[in-house]
Write a protein that binds this ligand. Structure first.
Ligand SMILES: [Zn+2]
Ligand SMILES: [Zn+2]
Length: 253
């Protein structure tokens, strides 16, 4: 596998014409953002929404969430909000794809890593299954655990802008030494809080949750099909009733 290039996201974000990117990289784009497939997806669906570099905003301001939150609040808010809107579009597309592929949809998380591993701001859009061969270690898992605190949900980041300035200043510092230790926390299932000794055990558990969900959804769909079929039959019987009645009445008279 190629070594992940620390600055590749910036290269993408600077493309005047995102459609020049290979279709294995680019998922979609707008005037202000582009969405790419995460090269090392940590779930069945995992995308990154990147802001394109549009003056007056500079590449250095867009280096990370931390650098962006240091620019004028109004402008920073505009960019975070724009990313969120574009990420919601992506969520919709992912949900459609989920239904197409599996017949049901499940939660999708949208958020930033408090301490990013690559340069250039990127908003993660990731499905909550966390099932992927590329999810290999505790750090990978904990960086997406939705309640641990390393993963910053977009709506929480947006709420910082509305809170009082001292809170905004505290949160926007995004201090490494405050967040990085979270990656070393014990492995805990985000859904049922069960603790695990190692990644293989946790992955087996997550796979089990998934298999169970697939089984349940299959049952649900089958029941629905049956019900629809019965409804159809009932409807068919009802429409044929009047003519039967007429025949009956005829016999009686
Ligand atoms: Zn990241
Ligand atoms: Zn669990």
């Amino acid at each position: 596998m190629p070594m992940p290039n620390l600055t590749v996201l910036r290269t993408y974000a600077l493309k005047p014409n995102p459609t020049d990117l290979p279709s294995s990289v680019l998922f979609c784009h707008t005037e202000t953002s582009l969405t790419i497939f995460d090269a090392y997806p940590k779930a069945m669906f995992h995308f990154l929404v990147l802001p394109r570099v549009i003056p007056p905003t500079t590449t250095s301001e867009l280096m990370s969430l931390r650098s962006l939150l240091a620019v004028e609040k109004e402008r920073a808010w505009g960019i975070v909000e724009m990313l969120g809107k574009d990420a919601e579009q992506v969520r919709g597309m992912v949900e459609d794809e989920m239904v197409k592929r599996y017949g049901f949809k499940w939660d999708i998380w949208i958020g930033f890593h408090s301490v990013p591993s690559m340069e250039h701001l990127h908003l993660h859009v990731i499905s909550s299954d966390l099932i992927s061969p590329a999810l290999k270690n505790k750090k990978h898992y904990n960086s997406f655990h939705p309640k641990l605190g390393f993963f910053l949900h977009l709506k929480d980041v947006l709420s910082w802008f509305d809170s009082d300035p001292s809170y905004f200043d505290m949160m926007s510092g995004l201090k490494k030494d405050q967040y990085e230790p979270l990656l070393k926390e014990d492995l805990v299932c985000w859904e049922c809080d069960k603790a695990f000794k190692n990644i293989p055990a946790l992955k087996t558990h997550l796979q089990g949750i998934w298999d169970e969900r697939v089984r349940r959804e299959k049952n649900r769909l089958e029941k629905k099909r049956k019900r629809d079929h019965e409804d159809e039959e009932a409807a068919a019987t009802q429409t044929s009733l009047p003519s039967n009645k007429r025949v009956d009445t005829g016999d009686a008279s």
